[in-house]
Design a binder for this molecule. Structure first.
Ligand code: PHE
Length: 471
């Protein structure tokens, strides 16, 4: 471990790291998932609960993941293993989550990329056909596969170049571009007549709509959107220079991620209400409702639509790069592979999973695993169980199996950095978060329809524990 520390590649600059970590957090979770989940859960009240989860749980876990990563200078599996062999499985769960999320995420990334081109080639010309066009496209056999594979190849090219050369360089350009693009879409949207109803929907809470399911949805969304609970921020933290300030960095990543989610809401809901559409459109919200909104904008519509889907693709790319990196850094650190081989191997496996997910929207829709198709299998297992359990394991590990002094030194840069909230953070991580997540996970499994799938997920975690010594 010592030698590893000396040789480990670091982020080129603090800005580069921040952009990469923010890029990982900001993705389809913010722009594709956040608006439709907000829509399904009644708007403003959901957003308030989501913000509470982000501040009370997400921020503390992000600090913990950065600290564990930098302390060990190792990616998910090695980080746990180097501290305590029995905990290897918790890191392995993270790597498995990375593979599973990458089993469906690039499919949506591919749709997004496709919509950049579709926006330019007449998608908006027939507003009434937009919804059926999406169903036909997503359910087709070859076309979405081609886009998913192009999307995957872009990931591979960037990740194969390594940390500062590839991911950092790309993020530095792509993330600021995303902010600018969203601002343009928001300005267009809130200037439409009738947009104020959408603003009220976003900012005036209706508590009567809140149920236990709302809280669950909010907690799950906060993990997914901040890239927590699966070793991603451990891995990014492992490349972090010793002089960087972990609490400040984590706070800016969380703040920027939250800002983009709210911006995505502002980009979509005012316009949606202005056109009298339903906020409950579900996962198709971005791909069906948004182009329909743009189609009503006359000549500028296609340009705004191209811009919007370019932004979505950018956001998705910087996230999936980080997911791929979790798998790649595991193979490099633990299996001693070189970066290129590790990247090609991981991406190859992920591509096969994505092909199954993409086809499960159409020709393979009849094939069910535990009652769901391939796409939902990968999505639900990670989003509804692996990330939450992964986050709970991390807090238990940090709170109960690492030395408090070591953590304090790591987070305060050996005492040179004042962090008055260390005690508060430590107690939240040690006592509060594990209990809250356990309660929410149990309630979640009880509330969810796909119980056999959830039990399968738990079985996978147990099996990882049993075989962890081989990892
Ligand atoms: N946070 C990313 C998003 O919002 C998804 C992600 C999850 C990335 C977990 C890395 C790890 O799209």
């Amino acid at each position: 471990m010592q030698t590893n520390k000396a040789q480990r590649e670091n982020w080129g600059t603090r800005f580069g790291f921040l952009m990469a970590a923010t890029g990982s957090a900001v993705g389809l979770g913010n722009i594709w998932r956040f608006p439709y989940i907000t829509g399904e859960n009644g708007g403003s009240a959901f957003i308030i609960i989501y913000l509470l989860c982000i501040i009370a749980i997400g921020l503390s876990i992000m600090i913990a993941e950065f600290a564990v990563g930098r302390r060990t200078s190792l990616s998910a599996v090695g980080a746990y293993k180097s501290q305590n062999e029995n905990w290897t499985f918790a890191g392995a769960l993270g790597v498995l989550s990375a593979f599973f999320i990458m089993g469906f995420y690039p499919v949506v990334g591919g749709w997004s990329l496709a919509y950049v081109f579709k926006s330019a080639t007449g998608l908006l010309a027939a507003p009434e056909a937009i919804s059926s066009a999406f169903d036909a496209f997503a359910g087709a056999t070859i076309e979405p596969l081609i886009w998913t594979i192009i999307y995957m190849v872009i990931n591979v090219i960037i990740v194969a170049k390594g940390i500062s050369g590839g991911i950092e360089k790309a993020s530095k350009v792509l993330m600021p571009a995303l902010f600018a693009l969203l601002v343009i879409v928001i300005i267009k949207g809130i200037n439409l007549p009738g947009a104020s109803e959408g603003l009220a929907y976003l900012f005036k809470p209706d508590w009567s709509q809140v149920t236990g399911g709302t809280v669950l949805a909010a907690l799950g969304q906060s993990f997914f959107t901040l890239s927590l609970g699966m070793g991603c921020m451990i891995t990014y933290g492992s490349y972090l220079g010793k002089q960087e300030r972990i609490p400040a960095d984590a706070t800016s990543v969380v703040a920027m991620d939250t800002m983009v989610a709210i911006m995505a809401g502002l980009a979509i809901f005012p316009a949606l209400f202005a056109f009298g559409m339903e906020p409950t459109a579900g996962p198709g919200l971005v791909f069906v409702v948004v182009p329909a909104i743009f189609a009503h904008m006359g000549n500028v519509g296609p340009l705004i639509s191209i811009t919007f889907f370019a932004a979505l693709t950018v956001a998705a790319l910087t996230s999936s790069m980080s997911l791929l990196e979790v798998a790649v850094s595991y193979l490099i650190d633990e299996k001693k592979m070189n970066r290129k081989t590790a990247t090609y191997l991981s991406a190859g496996i992920m591509t096969v999973m994505c092909i199954l997910s993409s086809l499960s929207m159409g020709s393979l829709s009849g094939i069910k695993l535990f009652g769901v198709n391939f796409f939902d299998f990968f999505d639900i297992l990670t989003d509804k169980i692996f990330l939450a359990i992964g986050g709970m394991l991390l807090t238990i590990f940090v709170g109960w199996f690492m030395r408090k002094e070591d953590l304090k030194n790591e987070i305060t840069n050996n005492g040179t950095l004042p962090f008055g909230l260390f005690g508060v953070w430590y107690n939240i991580v040690k006592y509060v978060i594990p209990v809250v997540i356990a309660v929410v996970a149990i309630a979640g499994i009880a509330a969810i329809e796909q119980k056999s799938l959830m039990l399968f997920g738990l079985l996978v975690i147990v099996l990882l524990g049993v075989f962890s010594r081989k990892l």
